[in-house]
Design a binder for this molecule. Structure first.
Ligand code: NAP
Length: 238
């Protein structure tokens, strides 16, 4: 879909990749961007096209209110996410649940609320789920988080044929390591959120079902295409 002229809603828009996606959308000529955040006062102000909106993706009443207010959305970008759990042997069930709660149930709840909104758009609409390369193969130090992203990828696939009948495309974004708070402890090469956001929108323009928006993602994505086992081994050896 064309991002120029689109009316977008981005979750987790106050910092990290979400904030960069809002900037990239404005640069690409979006007509309006609902910048959704748990605390909308933290959304970058300045451009009149930005509409801050309160949205905790685990709170059903806030999701319903957001879908009601943002009834003109054509592009929904599910970016909000957490990485609470780590090594699956040592992390607690509660920590794994926290990742599933936001990354899987929260994302799905937002999609369900916005499908009726998006289905009304004559020219079609797009949902973008920001997942992770760990959706394709587990990164053992973040095994619980990886499981949540794999589940969200599976749900993305499950939704695709049904949404297609409603003229809604659903795309997965599978980034490598991005330089945000989420991975500040990780000592690895990282891509800037601005670069990832720009590549994400380029993937949306091309309608790519699986978007690999940074050099690590492209390299690991190519490996995954060649052999799923090789990607698993590569992550195990990082
Ligand atoms: N950084 C990476 O290396 C990397 C790699 C692959 C994929 N990703 C994915 O990229 C997305 C963005 O992450 P990031 O790197 O920008 O992380 P981040 O800097 O930690 O930002 C996470 C964002 O998600 C929001 N959020 C968390 N739980 C939420 C909830 N229940 N409701 C609404 N918003 C919520 C946070 O809001 P608060 O400010 O209120 O906490 C924040 O805006 C996530 O889905 C993440 O899994 C990141």
């Amino acid at each position: 879909m064309k991002t120029k002229g689109s009316i977008a809603l981005v979750t987790g828009a106050n910092r990290g990749l979400g904030r960069a996606i809002v900037s990239a959308l404005l640069e690409a000529g979006a007509a309006k961007v609902y910048a959704a955040a748990r605390d909308p006062r933290k959304v970058a102000a300045g451009d009149p096209r930005v509409v801050p909106i309160a949205l905790d993706t685990t709170k059903p009443e806030q999701i319903a209110a957001a879908a009601n207010q943002a009834h003109d959305v054509t592009l929904l970008i599910n970016n909000a996410g957490v990485a609470t759990s780590q090594n699956v042997l040592t992390t607690s069930a509660a920590e794994i649940d926290a990742d599933l709660h936001t990354n899987v149930h929260g994302t799905l709840a937002v999609i369900k609320a916005f499908v009726p909104v998006l289905a009304r758009k004559d020219g079609g609409a797009t949902i973008v789920n920001v997942l992770s390369l760990t959706a394709l193969a587990s990164f053992p130090p973040l095994g619980g988080y990886s499981a949540s992203k794999a589940a969200a990828y599976s749900i993305t696939q499950a939704l695709r044929p049904e949404l297609r009948r409603k003229h809604i495309d659903i795309l997965a974004v599978l980034p490598g390591v991005i330089d945000t708070d989420m991975v500040k402890e990780l000592q690895m090469p990282k891509t800037s959120p601005a670069e990832v956001a720009k590549a994400l929108l380029a993937g949306v323009e091309r309608g790519e079902e699986d978007i690999f928006p940074d050099p690590m993602a492209q390299e690991m994505g190519a490996l995954w295409n060649k052999s799923h086992k090789e990607l698993e081994r590569a992550f195990a050896s990082l």
